[in-house]
Design a protein around this ligand. Structure first.
Ligand code: 4IA
Length: 406
């Protein structure tokens, strides 16, 4: 793909990129496009949308670190909340800056404390083991619906305090929310069409009455009881957990299964030492970057990569490209569960870094470890089908064949 026109100079002399990073062709195989963006320069001008782009690890990390200059309260999608009405009331966590962000983050951090996560591990491990038993009775399975969706949807809703079947609602809502960070393209239109009744369902399930006591949803309301947040704010923070906590893990697990199934050597390493499950999950976050991109908005004129960006301008941060930047990683396009993947920005970086990271790691570790212990071969049983989404990069279908270990 030729997406860089060197003779062209955009605002401030920045290299101009004509490729559309939200087109089907780009999203179907984003990594060559990311290489083009990194090579074009440290800061590029994405002419299709009239926004800046950063795709190198150093610049992406520096922007995420400088949350005063690269703010989130104008939205972390293409849409600028100061100019356009957001599709839903903004997230108090994701789409906020300090000091409001700090107060919201404290309430969520309490609900997802290390102690809470630690207490969930045994139950998550037992559920992983049950699922593997069922899978081994079946032979071939769709790794997406049968494993990557199935496992988080068994463990996350009960941990949050949701009761009943919430599968379709949570998945439809996630697909919509992550498409909504991109442009108004056909992907957003498609996920909007699937949303009938879902927004009111989500709102109803974020209330105090809907959440079972003892779950981390109810623990958000502890902060409302203490008066550090309001009742309505607690509801919106539960909404954050339901938006950010399910589809992200689903996509990551699908990518992990794909990487391991296509690389028997890596699968064997994990089989030989199931304690590498956590490392395999982390390397998946680096290699596949389930959350591919996020925007920030400049609050002042700022120099970056030798170019001056104006105030109030959108910057697209390519987390996935940073996670494979050869300036930062050795042999970046190689999936290697033995590498030190620490330093990836798959969970973001800085004050907005994923607050559910520890919880998702328990899900990833326990599922991959259970598979490693009890499955001898994990192999493709057909062509994977990619799932296109403006922000998430994963699979719609992943045919796999599993055989039991003796
Ligand atoms: C929220 C970045 C992504 C995982 C995310 C999405 C939504 C929210 C937070 C994070 O609704 O607060």
């Amino acid at each position: 793909m030729r997406n860089f026109t060197p003779e062209q100079a955009g605002p401030g002399g920045a290299p101009v990129v004509s490729a559309d990073p939200f087109s089907d062709e780009f999203l179907a195989d984003p990594f060559p496009g990311h290489a083009g963006l990194r090579e074009a320069g440290p800061v590029v001008w994405l002419e299709r949308y009239g926004v800046w782009g950063m795709a190198r690890h150093a610049e992406v990390q520096a922007a995420l670190r400088d949350h005063e200059t690269f703010c989130s309260s104008s939205g972390v999608g293409l849409s600028d909340f100061r100019k356009e009405k957001p599709w839903r009331p903004p997230s108090l966590l994701l789409e906020a800056d300090p000091p409001e962000h700090s107060r919201a983050r404290r309430a969520v951090a309490r609900a997802l404390s290390p102690g809470t996560v630690r207490n969930l591990r045994a139950g998550f491990a037992a559920e992983a083991d049950r699922l593997v038993t069922e899978l081994l009775a079946g032979g071939t399975v769709d790794g997406v619906t049968g494993i990557a969706e199935e496992y988080p949807l068994r463990v996350f809703p009960p941990a949050a305090g949701l009761t009943g079947d919430c599968r379709e609602q949570l998945l439809a809502y996630g697909d919509m929310a992550f498409n909504a960070f991109g442009p108004r393209n056909h992907l957003l239109a498609r996920s909007t069409a699937r949303m009938e009744g879902v927004v009111p369902w989500i709102a109803a399930h974020c209330t105090r009455q809907a959440l079972a006591p003892g779950g981390f949803g109810a623990r958000i309301y502890d902060s409302a009881d203490e008066g550090s947040i309001t009742e309505d704010e607690a509801g919106l923070l539960v909404r954050s957990l339901l938006t950010a906590g399910v589809d992200t893990t689903v996509v990551t697990l699908g990518c992990a299964l794909d990487c391991l199934a296509r690389d028997p050597g890596q699968w064997q390493l994990l089989r030989d030492d199931p304690s590498l499950a956590g490392a395999a999950f982390e390397e998946t976050l680096r290699y596949a970057s389930p959350v591919q991109t996020f925007f920030r908005t400049t609050t002042r004129p700022v120099a970056a990569g030798g170019i001056t960006l104006g105030a109030g301008e959108k910057v697209l941060l390519f987390l996935a490209a940073a996670n494979r930047d050869p300036r930062r990683w050795e042999d970046p396009d190689r999936f290697d569960i033995r590498r030190r993947a620490v330093g990836h920005v798959g969970f973001g970086y800085g004050i907005h870094a994923c607050i559910g990271a520890a919880l998702s790691r328990v899900e990833g570790e326990e599922l991959l470890a259970a598979l490693a212990r009890r499955v001898a071969t994990l192999a493709p049983a057909g062509e994977p089908v990619r799932r296109l989404n403006n922000t998430l990069s994963g699979f719609a279908s992943l045919p796999l064949v599993l055989t039991p270990a003796r």
